[in-house]
Design a protein around this ligand. Structure first.
Ligand code: GMT
Length: 374
């Protein structure tokens, strides 16, 4: 098949899922055309069957803001025309699906292609609810040939919020368990937790929705019982607030801000627990990556997190903002190494049994084939 993939190229789960999916499809012999405004972060190495098409923005004094939706639609038309795309798979509805619909309408019967939208989270739960965007998202859902969501939670929210005319199909996010497995190649533990401290890890884009300050408050409770470090990976708007909180709680020796890192597996390999206290999370791809590396997760009991983290088996979930309970769960695992080991094994097992790319990618292929045979 010739597959076009539209995604945000920057740090963020939807771009990662789109890129990993495209890579796997290309490995299986499909031709994959990425359409984005920058090279997606994980496409930095040459791979056969992968092509990249850059969305260019016209500059004109009249345009105070960039015309992303139109520029993208224009690029999609170009790629469809010259690359004979069968499937256009857009990740994150806003505004990617609208650009896809526009391209489809303009191309008409001359270049017929199927439009698949994958919903990732805030396109449905936050941004999509803005009064100005709501009708556009509803139209996007109704005009796509198929719509998938990355968790049951997100599919249900989509139905509640938008009453779409078609079924929202759930296809979970996935990982490659061969890639996401523990190996401390660079001996990071001796550098980051040299005295055998327990290591908490959090990875995100530090948006308010992630509640990163909660991870610091959890650490603040836990160190009363166990020596521990918190490694914060990533960057974003809440970083300054987090730095102030660390100073206020006098945790400077316990918290390290590592910024945006690329060696995620090596870092996860030295983690004992992964923290995801988010306020909204449709899936929690970073939690799955941690689990695949045998790191149990403590997170909030919201959105799709409980579909990924099995409470009492691969970690724990607690009410939103209940940092004391989250800290208690962490202490209970540190107090009981045997239990901790079981949780770590369960985490890796669940990642492989439910979210292995070998199980999930065929679900997308089946969907594409179904659409093309209709
Ligand atoms: O929806 C967002 O905030 C952005 C999006 C992204 O592109 O990073 O994140 C969502 O998609 C990820 C991949 O499917 C999920 O793992 C995240 O849970 C989800 N984020 C939220 O729902 C806040």
């Amino acid at each position: 098949m010739n597959i076009g993939i539209v995604c945000y190229p920057t740090y963020g789960g939807s771009g990662i899922v789109a890129t990993e999916l495209g890579s796997e499809l290309a490995r299986q012999g499909h031709k994959v055309h990425f359409i984005s405004y920058a090279l997606p972060t994980r496409l930095d190495k040459f791979q056969n069957n992968i092509f990249y098409h850059d969305v260019e923005f016209p500059h004109y004094p009249l345009f105070d803001h960039q015309l992303y939706t139109l520029a993208l639609a224009g690029k999609i038309i170009d790629v469809i025309k010259y690359e004979k795309i069968d499937i256009l798979h857009v990740h994150y509805a806003i505004p990617h699906t609208i650009s896809g619909i526009l391209a489809k309408q303009i191309m008409g019967e001359t270049h017929n292609f199927k439009l698949v939208t994958t919903l990732h989270g805030t396109d449905i739960t936050l941004v999509g609810l803005e009064p100005a965007f709501h009708p556009l998202v509803k139209y996007s859902l109704d005009q796509s040939d198929a719509v998938t969501a990355v968790s049951n939670y997100l599919a249900e929210k989509t139905v509640q919020n938008f009453n779409p005319s078609k079924k929202i199909e759930v296809i979970y996010n996935f990982i490659d368990p061969e890639f996401y497995q523990r190996h401390d190649t660079y001996n990071l533990k001796s550098q980051l937790a040299p005295y055998g401290e327990k290591v908490f890890m959090h990875i995100s884009n530090f948006r308010p929705v992630k509640r990163v300050p909660d991870t610091i408050r959890i650490l603040n409770e836990v160190i009363k019982k166990h020596p521990a470090k918190l490694l914060l990976v990533g960057d974003g708007p809440d970083r300054t607030e987090c730095e102030s909180l660390v100073r206020e709680l006098k945790l400077n020796d316990h918290v390290r801000f590592l910024g945006k890192q690329t060696s995620i597996v090596e870092l996860l390999s030295i983690a004992d627990l992964f923290l995801l206290p988010s306020q909204s999370e449709s899936f929690g791809l970073s939690a799955l990556e941690a689990m695949s590396c045998g790191v149990p997760v403590i997170g909030s009991n919201i959105g799709g997190i409980p579909e990924v983290v099995s409470h009492g088996e691969t970690g724990y979930v607690a009410e939103l903002g209940d940092v004391e309970r989250m800290a208690k769960y962490a202490i209970s695992l540190f107090d009981n190494p045997k239990k901790f080991k079981i949780f770590s094994g369960n985490s890796r097992k669940k990642a492989i049994e439910k979210f292995d790319s070998n199980l999930i990618v065929p679900q997308y292929i089946k969907l594409y084939e179904r659409l093309l045979n209709n």
